[in-house]
Design a protein around this ligand. Structure first.
Ligand code: ATP
Length: 242
């Protein structure tokens, strides 16, 4: 399912933090939303998950509009937020079953989906463990399992590697790219870490609330004379400030 953001604008009081942001997320593709601290990434995620109310523009998922059919759109979105939002004292499966119930699944369906997702995340053996006993990488995978319980078409991840070591970061990135390939999930992964981006990822560069680029990482670098993505990012943001 294709997601389109059209003319998104947002202000906190009088302070504009997103201006005329438009993009399309292609079905089954990994999109990296790259921006430094304060670029507006979390605000955009807040709008896409209805934590914040749309002020300007609209988001469409397939034929549906977030402004006019919010529940129909939200049904197809899964989200992993910057702050870990699991109950540390509940077991892995209790966290998931609670979420399944919130999505209106029967206990039987909830147990079935929970088992399937934990298996996909290779977490079956951790199902009965309190989340508190898991390491950071496993906790993130539980959050992804939870976000995928209702089989969303679009998965949003806001700086999901925060607090993870290098190996866990690489493993999480590989895992989410595999979700795109195997299950045709559309992914938007927000980060300020250029090293998390693969050349074939679609890269959306957000800077001071404006979208400066939206194309595959390798093509973006080629267009800037074959320099690295870091240098390309620096050149783009310098141009924007000039
Ligand atoms: N609740 C708020 N009230 C006022 N200003 C806010 C609020 N939340 C964020 N901002 C401001 O909006 C701008 C964008 O913030 P946002 O958190 O969306 O950026 P970000 O790209 O997610 O940054 P980070 O990588 O640090 O999470 C920043 O200047 C921030 O200070």
């Amino acid at each position: 399912m294709i997601m389109e953001a059209r003319g998104i604008g947002y202000r906190y009081r009088r302070q504009p933090v997103l201006q005329e942001v438009s993009f399309t997320l292609a079905s089954g593709r990994f999109h990296a939303l790259l921006g430094p601290n304060g670029a507006g990434k979390s605000t955009l995620f807040g709008l896409m998950t209805r934590l914040l109310a749309l002020q300007q523009g609209d988001l469409r998922l397939g034929e549906r509009s977030l402004r006019h059919q919010p529940s129909a759109v939200m049904r197809h979105i899964g989200a992993v937020f910057q702050q870990n939002a699991l109950d540390l004292d509940l077991s892995v499966s209790q966290n998931l079953l609670y979420h399944a119930a919130l999505h209106g699944m029967s206990p039987r369906e909830g147990r079935l989906r929970c088992g399937e997702e934990l298996e996909r995340q290779q977490l079956t053996e951790h199902a009965r463990m309190p989340v508190r006993r898991l390491n950071g990488g496993h906790r993130r995978r539980v959050e992804i399992a939870r976000a995928m319980l209702h089989s969303p078409a679009l998965l949003l991840l806001d700086e999901p590697t925060a607090g993870l070591d290098l190996d866990s970061r690489a493993a999480l990135g590989a895992h989410v790219r595999q979700l795109c390939r195997d299950r045709k999930v559309t992914v938007l992964w927000a980060t300020h870490l250029i090293e998390e981006i693969a050349p074939e990822d679609q890269v959306l560069v957000l800077h001071r609330g404006r979208l400066l680029a939206d194309e595959p990482g390798d093509a973006l670098c080629r267009r800037h004379g074959g320099i690295s993505l870091t240098d390309t990012f620096n050149a783009l943001t310098r141009e924007a400030l000039a």
